[in-house]
Design a protein around this ligand. Structure first.
Ligand SMILES: *Cc1c(COP(=O)(O)O)cnc(C)c1O
Length: 319
């Protein structure tokens, strides 16, 4: 259960009130949980997931790790860092083709010693089974970390994050808001709040338009219930999975004016760096919801900063 983890992160991460942002927006009290500061090669939410996933990998006797993502995947960068730290070989299957300029997370993947496999249109690991079979033929014991680290083990990382939060503060939150893309963070926060008895509304801001056959809410619900079952807490129904899809803009990793505004506002009012793909979009959603009067003035709203700032450099021309 929650003890089956490797201590890879620098935890607990800070919990901070965003006083100046709250004042500028004239809305609810906004707080941030700094999961951009989880350590492990510039941090982010995947570090918490990898604490559980790689514990499982080592228990299975794995000697090499495979994962997949977009060219600027934060998940892949943190996976490469964790693998390096554990002395495991790391293979990353990245969407797109080898770019002329190596920047942001891709630069870090290479510095961290990952072997990169270019997958063209397929950024969600479609080529992994073939690669895994090839590595097995070479006598290796590959372990596949799923896209975004979103399986039961990954979600346990976020249940553990909520436990950490509950130990850290007496503060009650009315809402928790965060970027939701592959669903593990969302599922883990849902199960974790139930475990510690927090009654905040859990709201994911959608980042990626694409979804599986059961729909993205269905994916989150299924994973939340797997996690709830593992933790021995009551199951969820569809009504518990709150997702807002109003901020998808031009689609995954297409940076628009809302993301630019959110990144600048957080930087200039709080000295905090958001990222262009996930937290910039999620914060843009939060800001818009404040402006629309979605929250009441004295609500306490927690924003989970899930990381991603290393990608800022790769999007310099869009910012
Ligand atoms: C992966 C990622 C997310 C989304 O988390 P999921 O668990 O995949 O929904 C949010 N923010 C950043 C910076 C990420 O890298």
């Amino acid at each position: 259960m929650l003890d089956n983890r490797l201590p890879l992160g620098v935890l607990p991460t800070p919990l901070e009130p965003l006083k100046r942002l709250s004042q500028v927006l004239g809305g609810p009290q906004i707080w941030v949980k700094r999961d951009d500061l989880t350590g492990l090669a510039l941090g982010g939410n995947k570090t918490r997931k990898l604490e559980y996933i790689l514990h499982h990998a080592l228990a299975q006797g794995a000697d090499c790790i495979i994962s997949a993502g977009a060219i600027q995947s934060n998940h892949c960068r943190q996976t490469a860092a964790a693998a390096a730290r554990l002395g495991l070989e790391c293979h990353l299957v990245l969407g797109g083709n080898e770019p002329d300029e190596v920047n942001g997370n891709l630069l870090l993947d290479k510095l961290l010693g990952a072997q990169i496999h270019w997958a063209g249109e397929k950024r969600k690991g479609e080529d992994i089974p073939e690669l895994a079979a090839r590595l097995k033929q070479q006598g290796k014991k590959p372990y596949v970390v799923p896209y975004g680290g979103s399986n039961l083990h990954g979600a346990l990382g976020y249940a553990n994050a909520v436990l950490e939060l509950a130990k850290q503060t007496e503060q009650r939150f009315d809402h928790m808001v965060f970027a939701s893309a592959s669903g593990g963070t969302h599922a883990g926060i849902l199960a974790g709040t139930r475990l510690v008895g927090m009654d905040a509304q859990i709201l994911g801001i959608r980042i990626d338009k694409t979804e599986g056959p059961q729909g993205f809410a269905g994916t989150v619900l299924e994973l939340a219930n797997l996690t709830a079952d593992e933790l021995g807490v009551e199951a969820f129904d569809a009504g518990h999975v709150l997702l807002n899809a109003d901020y998808l803009g031009g689609g995954y990793a297409v940076i628009g004016e809302p993301e630019r505004e959110a990144i600048e506002l957080l930087a200039k009012t709080e000295g905090i760096l958001l990222d262009p793909v996930y937290t910039g979009r999620a914060m843009a959603g939060l800001i818009d919801l404040v402006r629309k009067g979605y929250f009441s003035k004295d609500d306490q709203v927690l924003f989970w900063h899930t990381g991603g700032a290393p990608a800022l450099f790769a999007y310099a021309d869009k910012l």
